[in-house]
Ligand binder design. Structure first.
Ligand SMILES: Nc1ncnc2c1ncn2[C@@H]1O[C@H](COP(=O)(O)OP(=O)(O)OP(=O)(O)O)[C@@H](O)[C@H]1O
Length: 880
C-alpha cells in the first residue's frame, strides 16, 4: 500500500516536472509555428510572384530567390526589423523583368513600399486593395495594360502613386479622392481617357499632378486650379478643351504645363494668385487675344515661358523684361505685332529667345534697337527671329550679342544689305540661318571663322562672290544651303574637308568648273543638289562611293561624258536628275539595278541606244528620257522610235538616201537662191519694222533683275525647253510681266529667241500673247543674256487647269462653256496666224501650257519659239 502510494507520488512528481516542460515545449512550438505561419504567407506570396516572372535576363531573382536563404535576404526584399519578420519593401526596379505581376503581392499586408518601375511587366495592375500599409506604389515604365482598378483607392495610406509610362486606359478612378494622403500622382504617358475628376480638389495634400500624354478630354475643372498645396500641375498633351478656369488659387505652384491641348479663350487676368510660378507652358493650344500687360510683374519668379503656337496677338508686353530669373521665352508661331521690346535686354539670365513666325516689325533704327539691348544678355545662346517682318540691314550691333550664341536664326524676313563681317566672331555658332532675305555681298570675310557650325542656310538671297577656301574649316557642317544666290567661281578643293555633310544645296548659282571628285568622300551625304549652274566636265567616278545618298540633282549644267559606272552601287539612291546637260554615250542601263530608284530624269542629253523595257525603265511615269535623239525602243508609253524597224529597213533607207540626197541637194540650192532673193526684197519693204526697239519699251538687264527680285526662285512660274519664265513688276511702268529668260547653253535656245522675236514683233491679235519687249544684252558677270517680256497672264496656263498636279493647293475647274470659249479663242488665234497676219505662220507647238488665260479667262496663244513662217502668197497656204 505504502509502495503504491509512493509510486503514485513519484508519478505525480514526474507529471509536475514534465508538464511544465511539455507546456513550455508546446508554447515554444506554438511561437515557432506562428512565426512560420506568418513567414509562410509572405514566402508563398513572393514565390508566387517569382513564378509569374517569365523573363529575368540579369538573373536578379533566379540566383537569389531560393528557399535556401530567408526571404528577408532576397534581392529587393526588406523586412520589418522586429519579429514577426514581414515584407515591408519590395524594390525591383530597372531589372528588365517580364511577365505579369502576381496578385499574390496583395497578400503582403505589411508592405509599405512597392517599386517595380522600369521593367517590362505586362498584363493588368494586380488587386492590391488589402495593402493598407502601402504608402509608395511605383509601377512606372512598364507595359501594364487595362484600367486603373478602382479598388486601388482602398490603399488609403498611399502617398505616392506612379503608374506613368504604361499602356493603361479607361478613366481616372472616380473614387480617387478617397486617397486622402496622396501627395504625388503620376499617370503620364498612358492612354487614360475621360475627364479630370473635380474631386481631386478634396485631396488637400496633393503637391504633384502629372497627367500629361494621355487622352483626357473635356474642360479643366475649376477645382483643379484651386489646390492649396499643389506645386506642379502637368496636363499637357491631352485633348482638353474649353477655356482655362478663370480663378487660379495655387499659392505654392511652381510649374503649370497645359501645352498641346485644344484650350481656347484667353489667359486669365488673375495671374497674381500664382506669383510663385517658375515655369508656365501654354504652348500649342488655340489661346488668343492679347497677353496680360502685367504678365511679367504678376509672375516675378518666372524662369521659363512657353506660349508658342497659339493665336496671341498685339504687342509683346514690355513687362516681360522684369522677372529677373527669366531664361527661356518662346512666343513663336503667334500673331504678335509691333516692335520687339527693348526691355528684354534687362533679362540677365536670358538664354533662349524664340520669336519665330510672328508679324514683328523693325522698319527703322528704333525698331532694331532691341538687338543692341539684347547685347546685355550675356548668357544668350539662342536667338530666333525667323519669319517676321524685320526689314533693312542687319545692324552692326548684332556683333555685340553674347559670344556664347549658338543659334542665330533670321530666315524669311526682309533683310537687305550686307552681313556685318564681324559676325564671324560668333565662333560658337552651331546654326546660322539667314535664308530667304535680300542679303547681298560676299561671305568670304566671315564664314570661315564659325568653326562649330553644323547648319548654314543662306538660300535664296543675292550673295555674290566665291565660296572661300576657308569654308574647309567648318568640318562639323551637316547642312549647307547656298542655293538660289549669285555665287560664282569654282568649288574650292578645301570643300573636301566637309566630310560630315548630309545635305549640300548649291543649285541656282553661277558656279563653274568641274564637280570636285572630293565630294565622293562625303559618305553620309543624302542630298546633292548642283542643278542650274555652269558645272562642266565629267561626273566624277568617286560619286559612286556615296553610302547614304538619296537624291542627286545635277540638271541644267554643261556636263559631258557618260554616267560613271560606279553609280551602279548607289543602292540608296531614289532620285537622279541629270537632265539638260551634254551627257552622251550608251544609255546607262545599269541604273536599272538601283532598286531604290523612283525618279530618273536624263532628258535633254545625247544618250544613245536601246532603252530596256524592265526595271525603272518599264514605268514611263517615273522616268524622263525626252530629247535624247539617239534613244530608241523602251516601254510603249515612252513613245520612242522603234530600234528594230530602223534596222530592218536600214538597207532600203540607205538606198533611198543615195538617190534622194543629190536630188534634194540640187532642189535646196535652187530654193535657197530663191528665198535669199525674196528675203532681200521683203527686208527692203519692211525696213522700218526691223528694229524691235522702235515700237517697244526698252529694258535693261538690271530692270529685269529688279522686276523679278534677281530672278528669284519664288518668282519662277515655270521652266520650258529653252529657259525659265519669271513673274515680275516693271519699276517704270508698274506693269506685271512674265519674263522668259533664255538658257543659252541649251541647244536651239538662241534660235528659239530669234524665232519668237521674229514672230511676235509684227503680229498682234487679241488671242495672241502680247509681247512687251525683248532684251538682248549681257548680265552682271558679262554673260550673254536674252529675255522676252510678256504681259503676265494671271490665270496661268490651260495646262494647270486641265492637269491638276499633286502639289497644287486646290483643284481648278473649267465649266463646259469656258472650255468651248477657250477652244474658240485658240481657233481664232490660229485662223489669224494662218490667214490674216500678212505672213502665214505655223505655231508648231500648240499645247495646253502654251495657252494662257488672262484675268477674264480669255485664252491667248504664246510660245512662238519654234514657229515657222511661209513667204508664199498668203491665200495659197493651207494648214491643219
Ligand atoms: N505671259 C505668261 N503669263 C503667265 N505664265 C506664262 C506666261 N508665259 C509663259 N508662262 C508659263 O511659263 C511656263 C514656261 O513657259 P515656256 O513657254 O518657257 O515653256 P513651255 O511651253 O511650258 O515648254 P516648252 O518650252 O518645252 O514648250 C509655262 O508653264 C507657261 O504656261
Amino acid at each position: 500500500m505504502l509502495l503504491m502510494r509512493h509510486s503514485m507520488l513519484l508519478a505525480k512528481l514526474a507529471v509536475l516536472i514534465v508538464l511544465p516542460f511539455l507546456l513550455l515545449c508546446y508554447g515554444v512550438g506554438n511561437v515557432y509555428c506562428s512565426t512560420i505561419h506568418e513567414n509562410r504567407e509572405d514566402l508563398r506570396s513572393l514565390l508566387d510572384f517569382k513564378k509569374r516572372i517569365s523573363s529575368d535576363p540579369n538573373g536578379a531573382l533566379m540566383s537569389n530567390w531560393t528557399t535556401n536563404t530567408h526571404f528577408c535576404q532576397w534581392n529587393g526584399v526588406n523586412c520589418t526589423s522586429t519579429p514577426p519578420y514581414r515584407v515591408r519593401e519590395l524594390i525591383l526596379t530597372g531589372l528588365n523583368l517580364g511577365g505579369e505581376i502576381s496578385s499574390s503581392l496583395g497578400n503582403l499586408t505589411s508592405l509599405n513600399y512597392l517599386d517595380l518601375s522600369n521593367n517590362s511587366f505586362h498584363g493588368p495592375i494586380p488587386l492590391l486593395n488589402k495593402l493598407q500599409n502601402l504608402e509608395y506604389l511605383l509601377l512606372g515604365s512598364n507595359l501594364l495594360q487595362g484600367v486603373i482598378p478602382d479598388a486601388l483607392t482602398n490603399c488609403s495610406n498611399l502617398v505616392t502613386l506612379d503608374l506613368s509610362g504604361n499602356n493603361l486606359n479607361g478613366l481616372i478612378p472616380p473614387r480617387i479622392s478617397f486617397l486622402t494622403k496622396l501627395a504625388y500622382i503620376k499617370l503620364y504617358s498612358n492612354h487614360v481617357t475621360g475627364e479630370i475628376p473635380a474631386s481631386l480638389r478634396n485631396i488637400t495634400n496633393l503637391q504633384l499632378v502629372h497627367f500629361s500624354k494621355n487622352q483626357l478630354n473635356g474642360r479643366i475643372p475649376d477645382e483643379v486650379m484651386q489646390m492649396p498645396n499643389l506645386m506642379e500641375l502637368h496636363l499637357n498633351q491631352n485633348n482638353l478643351s474649353g477655356s482655362i478656369p478663370e480663378v487660379w488659387q495655387m499659392p505654392n505652384i511652381l510649374v503649370l504645363d497645359l501645352s498641346v491641348n485644344n484650350l481656347s479663350g484667353r489667359i486669365p487676368r488673375a495671374l497674381s494668385n500664382v506669383s510663385s510660378l517658375q515655369g508656365l507652358s501654354l504652348a500649342s493650344n488655340m489661346l488668343g487675344s492679347t497677353l496680360p500687360s502685367n504678365i511679367g510683374d504678376a509672375l516675378p519668379n518666372l524662369t521659363i515661358l512657353y506660349l508658342g503656337e497659339n493665336y496671341f496677338e498685339g504687342h509683346i508686353p514690355a513687362s516681360l523684361g522684369n522677372p529677373p530669373g527669366l531664361g527661356v521665352i518662346d512666343l513663336s508661331s503667334n500673331y504678335f505685332t509691333g516692335q520687339i521690346p527693348n526691355s528684354l535686354g534687362n533679362l540677365s539670365q536670358l538664354s533662349s529667345l524664340n520669336l519665330d513666325q510672328n508679324m514683328l516689325q523693325s522698319t527703322d533704327n528704333e525698331g532694331w534697337e532691341f538687338i543692341h539691348a539684347l547685347g546685355k544678355c550675356r548668357s544668350l545662346k539662342k536667338l530666333s527671329l525667323s519669319i517676321n517682318r524685320l526689314q533693312g540691314a542687319i545692324p552692326n550691333s548684332i556683333v555685340n550679342l553674347s559670344s556664347t550664341l549658338t543659334y542665330l536664326l533670321m530666315s524669311e524676313n526682309n533683310l537687305s544689305g550686307t552681313v556685318p563681317p564681324r559676325i564671324g566672331r560668333f565662333s560658337s555658332l552651331v546654326q546660322l540661318s539667314l535664308d530667304q532675305n535680300y542679303l547681298t555681298g560676299t561671305i568670304e570675310e566671315w564664314v570661315g571663322n564659325m568653326t562649330k557650325l553644323e547648319r548654314l542656310n543662306l538660300r535664296s538671297n543675292s550673295f555674290v562672290g566665291i565660296i572661300p577656301p576657308s569654308i574647309g574649316q567648318l568640318t562639323r557642317l551637316t547642312y549647307l544651303f547656298l542655293a538660289e544666290n549669285q555665287f560664282t567661281g569654282f568649288i574650292p578643293p578645301s570643300f573636301g574637308n566637309l566630310k560630315s555633310l548630309s545635305e549640300l544645296h548649291l543649285s541656282y548659282n553661277n558656279f563653274k568648273g568641274g564637280i570636285p571628285s572630293e565630294l565622293g568622300s562625303f559618305r553620309v551625304l543624302t542630298i546633292l543638289n548642283l542643278s542650274s549652274n555652269r558645272f562642266s566636265g565629267g561626273i566624277p567616278e568617286t560619286l559612286g562611293k556615296f553610302e547614304q545618298i538619296q537624291t542627286i540633282q545635277m540638271d541644267q549644267n554643261i556636263l559631258t561624258g557618260n554616267v560613271p559606272s560606279t553609280f551602279r552601287t548607289l543602292n540608296t539612291l531614289s532620285r537622279l536628275n541629270l537632265s539638260h546637260n551634254n551627257l552622251s554615250g550608251p544609255l546607262p542601263d545599269f541604273l536599272n539595278d538601283l532598286k531604290s530608284l523612283t525618279k530618273l530624269d536624263i532628258s535633254y542629253n545625247n544618250f544613245q541606244g536601246e532603252v530596256p523595257t524592265d526595271g525603272v525603265f518599264a514605268n514611263a511615269t517615273i522616268i524622263s528620257l525626252n530629247d535624247n535623239p539617239g534613244l530608241c525602243g523602251g516601254a510603249t508609253d515612252l513613245h520612242l522610235r522603234s530600234c528594230h524597224v530602223g534596222n530592218k529597213r536600214v538597207g532600203v533607207v540607205n538606198y533611198l538616201i543615195k538617190i534622194l540626197i543629190p536630188i534634194f541637194g540640187f532642189m535646196s540650192l535652187v530654193l535657197l537662191v530663191y528665198f535669199l532673193f525674196l528675203e532681200k526684197k521683203t527686208r527692203r519693204a519692211n525696213a522700218s519694222e526691223q528694229s524691235f526697239g522702235e515700237h517697244f519699251e526698252k529694258v535693261t538687264y538690271n530692270d529685269l533683275a529688279q522686276a523679278t527680285r534677281d530672278f528669284s526662285e519664288s518668282n519662277l512660274i515655270g521652266r520650258g525647253s529653252y529657259g525659265s519664265v519669271y513673274r515680275g513688276k516693271l519699276k517704270e511702268s508698274k506693269m506685271e510681266v512674265a519674263v522668259k529668260v533664255f538658257d543659252l547653253e541649251m541647244q536651239g535656245a538662241e534660235r528659239s529667241f530669234l524665232s519668237e522675236c521674229e514672230a511676235l514683233r509684227s503680229i498682234q491679235h487679241r488671242n495672241l500673247l502680247p509681247i512687251i519687249t525683248a532684251c538682248s544684252t549681257v548680265d552682271k558677270v558679262g554673260n550673254v543674256f536674252k529675255a522676252l517680256v510678256y504681259e503676265l497672264m494671271p490665270n496661268g496656263s490651260l495646262d494647270t487647269w486641265l492637269h491638276h498636279k499633286g502639289d497644287e493647293e486646290a483643284p481648278k475647274r473649267l465649266g463646259l462653256t469656258k472650255i468651248i470659249s477657250i477652244a474658240i479663242n485658240v481657233a481664232d488665234a490660229l485662223d489669224y496666224l494662218h490667214y490674216d497676219c500678212g505672213r502665214p505662220t505655223v505655231h508648231c507647238d500648240l499645247k495646253p501650257s502654251n495657252i494662257l488665260l488672262d484675268d477674264d479667262m480669255n485664252a491667248l496663244l504664246g510660245d512662238f519659239g519654234i514657229a515657222r513662217f511661209y513667204q508664199g502668197p498668203q491665200s495659197h497656204g493651207r494648214f491643219s
